[in-house]
Design a protein around this ligand. Structure first.
Ligand SMILES: Cc1cc2nc3c(=O)[nH]c(=O)nc-3n(C[C@H](O)[C@H](O)[C@H](O)COP(=O)(O)O)c2cc1C
Length: 253
């Protein structure tokens, strides 16, 4: 098999092999939790209710046509209302299905929603610089730890950027999405991994479009130091690890 072939096969549908697999779900193994638990003694910051008053551009056509990856940000902070809206637009819960799984603002194969959202907060009104986790059920932020030199950490994690060097450290907030693959594997076994990657694309696209609607520029980031970010976020790198990042901040005019 050539060097590319194995990776190309990963991109294809492998439902043929799925027919012969007894998944953990079929074996009657209990479904893993759909959201990561947290210590109830943590510092929790409730987010403002999401309301469309936050919008600056309501027209979806305009949001889609003007969306561009933005790597230059102003020094203006983003408001907690805006951050609340971006988090809702990317992972907010809007219902439940018959199996009791969460339905969110983004589609997801089998509603398995294998993601957690971590935030590198650098310039958000009313909250300290630091690392936070989004709690979608509570629509709140959990403060993991404050970090004064967070911009340096973001800069190191985002490595040598090919288009605009060091742009991520100048964002107001950088999103980092982890996956807990077993949430998908439990149901889809080895066909789950391709789905996880497709699912996260929907999440980031919603960040781009919701950002556009409040004049916040977004840039997806696929170039990052896996070990450094997993270590910083205290993820084991196996059962949970980061798969995608995106920087966001007010556009520089
Ligand atoms: C999966 C993915 C990974 C990306 N990674 C980076 C990155 O690490 N650094 C960067 O500056 N842009 C990154 N981008 C942004 C692309 O360079 C950008 O989408 C592309 O040049 C097209 O420009 P547009 O988004 O303005 O239409 C990424 C985009 C995607 C979808």
């Amino acid at each position: 098999m050539g060097r590319y072939d194995r990776e190309r096969n990963f991109l294809k549908s492998n439902f043929d092999s799925f027919k012969n697999i007894k998944t953990d779900k079929m074996k009657g193994i209990p479904q893993p939790e759909g959201v990561k638990p947290y210590d109830l003694n943590s510092i929790i910051i409730p987010l403002p209710n999401v309301h469309k008053d936050v919008l600056k551009k309501e027209n979806i056509y305009e949001c889609i046509s003007s969306r561009r990856s933005t790597r230059f940000y102003s020094e203006e902070e983003i408001s907690l209302e805006e951050l609340s809206y971006l988090l809702w637009a990317t992972q907010g819960i809007t219902g439940t299905n018959n199996a009791g799984l969460t339905l969110r603002t983004v589609p997801c194969s089998g509603a398995t929603h294998s993601f957690e959202t971590y935030l590198f907060v650098m310039n958000v009104a009313g909250i300290e610089k630091g690392i936070y986790r989004y709690l979608p059920v509570e629509h709140s932020l959990l403060l993991m730890f404050e970090l004064k030199d967070i911009d340096k950490k973001v800069d190191a994690i985002t490595l040598e950027q090919p288009f605009v060097p060091n742009f991520a450290k100048k964002a107001a907030v950088t999103f980092a999405w982890s996956t807990t693959p077993y949430r998908s594997e439990w149901k889809y076994d080895i066909t789950g991994h391709k789905k996880i990657l497709i699912d996260i694309g929907h999440v980031c696209q919603n960040l781009y479009l919701s950002g556009e609607s409040v004049e916040i520029g977004v840039c997806a980031i696929g170039i990052y130091d896996q070990a450094a970010i997993d270590n910083l976020l205290q993820l084991d790198g196996d059962d949970e690890f980061i798969i995608y990042l995106a920087a966001a901040g007010k556009k520089r005019s």
